[in-house]
Ligand binder design. Structure first.
Ligand SMILES: Cc1cc2nc3c(=O)[nH]c(=O)nc-3n(C[C@H](O)[C@H](O)[C@H](O)COP(=O)(O)OP(=O)(O)OC[C@H]3O[C@@H](n4cnc5c(N)ncnc54)[C@H](O)[C@@H]3O)c2cc1C
Length: 406
């Protein structure tokens, strides 16, 4: 009796793992997460939090900056011009980012507000207003005069207006990934870095995952969150993927008007721009700016990480001067990054059509980071519960088959 009281308590997942190990010579995890970028780190944290045995597998070192989820800042917006159906997910993403901040006692999301500027006919502005109306989100429609009263240094044109969303702001991606991995570790998740997945096969009641170094990992469920490296898998399932090189650049501004304490995130929709221009106020490491969805098509294996000043930086600096004079005063640094674009530029969050326990999270199309916290919850739902309460049917794999038939 005494012995039993003091014996260590094994959780159900540990008992299953011991039984599997006895039979097969190695551990079977409840869930394996492939890729520990923005999405995979969140997914691993949510799985581990539910008390199951979980392992994360990442091809590069911990803290690497070679994936899509790097770059110091990513915009968070709720009045979602891309598609209002994302708004309920954004509400939950917001709550989960705040929860993660409480867990890690570190700021991850700063609500600077986001100012979107364009002509009254701008599709981006009109779709932003539509999403706000449909979901009762607080946004302000500002005249040119209103904008200049708040931000006198800006060059807003006579025929332009703006939408200001105060509940929007800036996420810190590197901190978010580190915080999610910490939560995962605190709940017992294992992680292997420099452990690229070569392939996987179905095995007994789960998956056998083969790593590049010859090691094998067994798991009852497998979640793939491979960012731009997902192209070939998604294409094999009928989703054509374009990987696009997008360059983000940092500049030291000539004045304090663009400090994060007084200036918001921004998005400018002007006809002469090659793509909408968006950016971030200065958090101490410069103003960051990029075109949203402008660059050559590539793939993760042939991606050009070198920066060419004439090609990559000068157009950004020139257009910045026409919109935010003095903001792009001195070029600091730049970083090319990959968008993983689906045909309709919406995500793929679904179960594999033939394997219910194989979960696909990809095609984040250059706007996914803000959702990472809720994608973590959804992927854990799909892998461990077989379904999710979140409204994700518009992100299903099946929509591509349907659009092919039409
Ligand atoms: C320049 C730029 C700006 C952006 N701005 C915004 C923004 O303002 N707001 C926003 O919401 N979103 C933004 N995005 C989009 C957002 O960054 C992505 O949607 C998101 O980061 C995708 O996360 P992920 O986890 O899918 O990919 P990644 O972060 O790339 O993670 C994939 C991980 O999988 C690993 N991996 C791949 N293959 C294997 C393998 N075989 N074995 C093991 N591991 C593997 C990779 O090494 C990587 O760590 C931007 C993207 C870019 C490129």
């Amino acid at each position: 009796m005494i012995l039993r009281r003091y014996a260590p308590k094994l959780r159900p997942h540990a008992i299953r793992a011991v039984r599997w190990k006895r039979q097969n010579g190695h551990v079977q995890y409840d869930v394996a997460v492939a890729g520990l970028g923005g999405m995979g780190s969140a997914i691993l944290a949510h799985c581990a939090r539910r008390g199951v045995s979980a392992i994360g597998l990442e091809q590069f070192e911990r803290g690497h900056d070679l994936g899509a989820s790097s770059g110091k800042t990513h915009l968070f917006r709720k009045a979602y011009f891309e598609e209002p159906a994302y708004v309920p997910l954004l509400h939950q993403a917001y709550e989960l980012w705040r929860e993660l901040e409480r867990d890690g006692r570190e700021e991850i999301l700063r609500l600077t507000g986001v100012l979107s500027v364009g002509e009254e006919s701008s599709e981006i502005l009109n779709r932003t207003l539509k999403a706000a109306r449909e979901h009762d989100l607080p946004v302000e429609l500002l005249s040119r005069r209103n904008v200049l009263a708040r931000y006198p240094t800006l060059r807003i044109r006579d025929d332009e207006v703006a939408v200001f969303e105060s509940d929007a702001g800036v996420l810190k991606p590197e901190r978010a990934i580190a915080a999610h991995l910490q939560v995962a570790a605190a709940h017992g998740a294992e992680m292997r870095f420099c452990a690229g997945i070569r392939d996987w096969s179905t095995h007994h009641d789960g998956f056998e995952i083969h790593l590049a170094d010859g090691a094998r990992v067994s798991a009852r469920a497998l979640i793939l969150a491979l960012g731009p490296w997902f192209k070939h898998t998604l294409e094999s399932l009928g989703v054509p993927i374009r990987v696009q090189r997008n360059v983000q650049a940092w500049f030291t501004p000539a004045m304090r008007a663009y400090d994060a304490a007084r200036f918001p995130g921004f998005l400018v929709d002007r006809r002469e721009l090659p793509a909408p221009l968006y950016g971030f106020p200065d958090f101490g490491d410069g103003v960051k700016v990029a075109f949203h969805g402008f660059g050559e098509l590539t793939d993760a294996e042939h991606f050009d990480r070198a920066v060419d000043l004439a090609r990559d930086i000068e157009p950004l600096a020139r257009f910045m001067e026409e919109w935010m004079p003095g903001a792009a005063d001195t070029f600091l640094e730049a970083k090319p990054c990959m968008y993983t674009l689906t045909p309709d530029e919406h995500f793929v969050i679904d179960r594999h059509p033939e394997h219910a326990k194989l979960i696909l999270c990809g095609g984040f199309s250059g706007h996914g980071f803000k959702f990472a916290s809720v994608i973590g919850e959804i992927a854990a739902d799909l892998a461990l519960d077989g379904g999710s309460r979140h409204p994700i049917s518009f992100l299903s794999l099946g929509r591509f088959a349907a659009s092919e038939r039409n």
